[in-house]
Each structure stands twice: as structure tokens, then as C-alpha cells.
Ligand binder design. Sequence first.
Ligand code: ZN
Ligand code: ZN
Length: 702
Amino acid sequence: MQAAAALSLSIPNVSHTSTISPIPSVSKPTSNLLQAIPDLNSLKQIHAHIVKSQSQPSIQTSIALITLYSLFNQMDSANLAFQTIIHTTNTPTFSYNMMIRGFSTYGPHLKSLELYSQMLHSDIPPDKFTYPFVLKACTTISAVHVAREAHGRVIRSGLTSDVYILTALVDLYSKLGAVYDARRVFDDMPLKNVVSWNAMIAGYGYNGLDEEAVRAFGAMLESGLEPNSSTVVAVLPAVTRLGALEEGKFIHEWILRKGVEMNELVRNSLIAMYGKCGELGHAQRLFDEMPERTDASWNAIISAYVQNGLITEALELFYYMQISGVRPTAITVASVLPACADLVDRKLGKRIHGYSVRNGFESDLVVSTALIDMYAKCGCIEEARRIFDGMPERNTVSWNAMISGYGLHGHGDDALELFLSMQREGIEPNKSTFVSIINACSHSGMVTEGLKCFESMSNNYNIVPETKHYACVVDLLGRAGRLKEAYEYIEQIPLEVDDVVWGALLGACRIYKDMELGGIAAKRAIELNPAEPGYYVLLANIYAAKGRWGDAQKLREVMVERKLKKEVGCSSIEQGGTVHSFVAGDFRHPEWGKIHEKMREVGERLKEEGYVPDTSFVLHQVEEGVKDERLSLHSERIALAFGLLKIGDGMPIRITKNLRVCGDCHTTFKLVSRIYGREIVVRDSNRFHRFEGGLCSCKDYW
Ligand code: ZN
Ligand code: ZN
């Protein structure tokens, strides 16, 4: 390219940075001399000298100045030199191109569009070297109208076979969300090269059309073109989001077979892909084999561990990263914070929060959003809100995090208020916003409000509801006891529903012990996803509640036959910097004697209060007395007794459970909060319960 050739003026690699002295007398052939400028200071001195000598610099000299200033990223100075020649040069397009290219590379991008418009007004014709950089600037600052006008001009000037311009158009349209326009340009390209294929594949990725991206990759292979490392880096994120392990493996093998350059970007993308697909071994091997690890490689492996629930290992890697001398970035912090949320480790979360503040990451949008999520999940909803309020700017994701935090805590009113102010501030809600807000309504029994939100989704925001949204509505109706309505609702959903929708109805049937509808829902859910043990357990629970022990037993046999294991209930409580975990009937704790003594005491005080255990929550058919015992050995009760023993008065007792807390334990916790005057916060697999003075924040909706 012409412009490229001009810019490749060699700058000798001279190590001395002192000024050139004495300053040579500048005569006519300055341009040759300028080619030997070693650094910016020297350039400025020579330029000053030219100005002082008051002789009009030749056009060549000015062009050399423009070129050099552009190379030193001094666009203002380049522009000054440009202004002196623009009316006299006999190659105005060439000069404009240099400036447009400089501004579109270094910014301000608007400047390159201003020059483009000035060019058109002065009747200086743009050429094939002008458009790629004009389009690049349009892409960066989302200048849609200028871009469309330029596209029209490209067509009128007959430049529609220029692969550089067309590739820039593909890139532009995909990044501006007009992926089908991108595809049209791409399809009409008489000649496609790897760069254009890469732009198209990446374009599908930007627009969330991951399957299309993978398909385009396949089509590229068929076309006989050889993908390069940039293609691989363009397609792998799509494969990762799809969790398409087979395709991912294929690409990995193909890279090895074809000897595609295994650069750092390729490796990081492969680590992310294997991490997302649950193949940690492969991810770890790729990481171990890396000759050099940057922060991006550490980020990739850490989030691979977080995604696979290996939280402790992820945190260890976070420390190793620092020991190995690589500084964690905002992205690292944002990928470690979900680990703290999963562990419900507030202290660690706080430490990482402190780390973010010290390193200036707190104002980072992604980090503050991860902090909101972490604090909400660790039970500190007020702290989450404090961070939300302190954010200098917020995007849809940050609003979603705060709304879903309120949902988790059963603060439906707050969630709804936030949802309204989000709209007032002109922030567009997205699909996830509606999942969060309908869930929040559901967990607070706000049926009318939830339904309204669902309707506004398609009416006001043109978002087509997906099965997950329908599942939220079924949950909303079901939790409120409107089971029949929920069932009829499912029957008229215009999509093919998945097991989650039926699972929502099944969960509601369990709360209201509706065997008939529960049976139907369980049957449909199991048909659609026979490998999910939760559905069998829920149905068995309904049977047991109705005293149909034979049916419950049959279901248990089916589970054994299908090798499905019910997840073991486990409750954790943190005390003195150590996390103590208990499973049901767990006698292994060194202080079991004391804990058991406390449990007996709690049982006595509950009985004095007239509490009768609800034994329908015991799955097996056993004698009543034994049932009581089984209930009282649920893991959360052991953790509660431990908390009453060990956590000082006035401090809330915080317990985390991996499964949903059972109805009888829920009643017990409410009573204990009143009898012992203690605040108890339980996070179960569904949400938060804050027990205080005999009531729970969930208002018994969970
Ligand atoms: Zn229980
Ligand atoms: Zn509750």
C-alpha cells in the first residue's frame, strides 16, 4: 500500500538519545535528512529549526514530517505540518490518507472522520487506501451514518472487489451489531482471504451467533483456505460459550496437525475452552506447557478452576500468580471474586476487595459488578448496595447483579424499585434482567408485579421470551400456590419447553404437596432430562408426604437402577477463620459431645414452645420417634447448634447449605431465632433466609 510504504521510512535504531548537535543547516533536501531522526526530541529540534529558518519547507519535507510525527504518535504536530501543504500539494489524496490513517490508529478517531468529510467537501477523491481507515474509525466510534455513506461511495466508485475495504466493512457491520449486513458484504466478496474469513467468524461471535461462527469456520475449511492462528482465536470463544467440547477438540487437533502457530492467544483460548467444557486436565496441561505466562494466561486458568467449582485450587493459583511475579489485573480480581461468593467466604472477599481498592481496580466496571455479586451472595446486601451506589458508571450487567442480589435476599420491593430506576435512567434491560426481576418477584410473592414485568419484556423492549423466562413465570405462579394456572400456562407456551419449566412446577407442587400435578410435572421433567436426580427426589418427597411409602421406595429403586445419586446435604459455618462442615447425622466433629448436648437442649426448648416436628420431610418409612431423630440430625441443625455454642451473642449465625433447606428445619430456625434472640442467616441452594424474632425474610416463600 502507498500509505504503508510511506510510513515504513526506517528510523535507525540509535541508542543515544542526546540532541543532534550542532544542528545542521537545513537546506533543500531535508527529507533525506529527516529519515535519520533517532527520536522525538531530535525531530522537534529539526522542525523548530525549519520553522526558524523561515524558508517554506518543501512538500517532501512536510510529508516526511507528517510521517515521522505519526510514527511517534504525535498527531497534533503531524496535523500542523499537514495544514501547511494541503493547498499546494499535487498528491492531496495521498496526504489526506496519511492523516486519516494516523488518526484512525492513534485517535482521536473523530478527527479522521472530520478530515474525510473535509476531503469530500474539497472535491478530493478518496481512493482504495482511504476507505479501510475511515471504516475503522467509524467502527471504533460507532459512526453508523458515515459508514453507510462511505459504503455507498465504495459501490459507486467500483471498489467492490477490494478485499481490504470489504473486510473493513464486514468488521464494521459485525461490530455495530448488523451481522446480516456483514454477511451480505462477505458473500458478495469475489475473493476472500483469511483476514476476511476471520472478520466474519469473529463478527458472528460479537453478535452472540456462536453456532454461525463455528459453521463459518467449517465452511472456511471446506473452501480450501487454511485458517491461521487469528482464525482459531476468533472461533474458539464461540466454541467455549457453546461448551462444544467435540468441536473444540477437533480444532485443537487440527492446530497440532497443521502446525498452526501456538501463540499465547491460541493457548489462552484453548485453556478457556477446556475449562468451560469441564476438561480441567487438558487446560492445566496447556498452561503447564506455556513457555511464558502472562496475566491473561493466569486469568484463563484461574477462571477455568472457578467455573469447575474447584474454588480452593483457584485461590491457590491466585496466590501463585503473585508469587511468580505476575501482577493480577482487574480481570483476575473479577474472576476470583465469584469463588469467594461460592465459598460464602466474606472475609476472603473483603480481603480481595481491599486488594482492588489498593490497586485502583475498584472503579473498574467488571470488578465492582463482581463485588456486588460477591457481597450479595455472602449475605451482605447493604454492602453490595453501597458499592452499587458508589459506581461512577454502571452498565446493564451491574444493574442485573444488584437486582438479582435483592431477589436472593427476598427484597422484591427493592428489586422492583431498582428495575424502575434502571428504566428511568435509560439503561436497556436485557434477557438476564428479566430473569432476575421475575425471580425477585417470585421469591417475594409479588405475582402481579412479576407478570407485568414479563409482559413488558416483549411489549416495551422487543425481547422474545425464552424458556428460562417461561420457567420463571411458572415458578412465580407455582410458589404463590396457583398450581393449576401454572400447569395451564405451560401447556400454552409457544416454545418447546425444557425440563426446567416442568421442574419449576414440580418444586411448587412439593411445597403445596399436590401429588396429582406433581406426578405429571415429574414425569415430563424426567422424560426431558432423565439424568437429574433432583426430580426423582422431589417426587419421592411428595409421595412420602402423602404416606405413599411404596411409591417413594419404587422411585428410590429407579434411581439406584439408573445410577443416580442424591446430592448429600452439607451445611457449613465459619468460626474463628475456619469453615466447619457437617453432613446429616455427622458425628465426626471433635466437639460432637458438646454439639449433641446443645441440640438436645434446643429440642427441649422447642418442645416447651409447643413445636411438633413435621415428619413428612423424612423420606423413609420409619417409626414416628425415629423420624423426629432423623429430622433433628439434618446438617443445618448440627451447624446451628455449633453456631449457638461458638458464635458470641449479638453476632449473627451464618450457615450455608448446598441443598434447599427443608420445611421442618425452616420452622425450627424461626423458633430458635425467637427463643434464643439470635439472628440466623442461612443461604441455601435457592436463596437467603434471614431469621429474626420468629420470622424469616423469605416470608415462607422459597
Ligand atoms: Zn431439614
Ligand atoms: Zn426462609
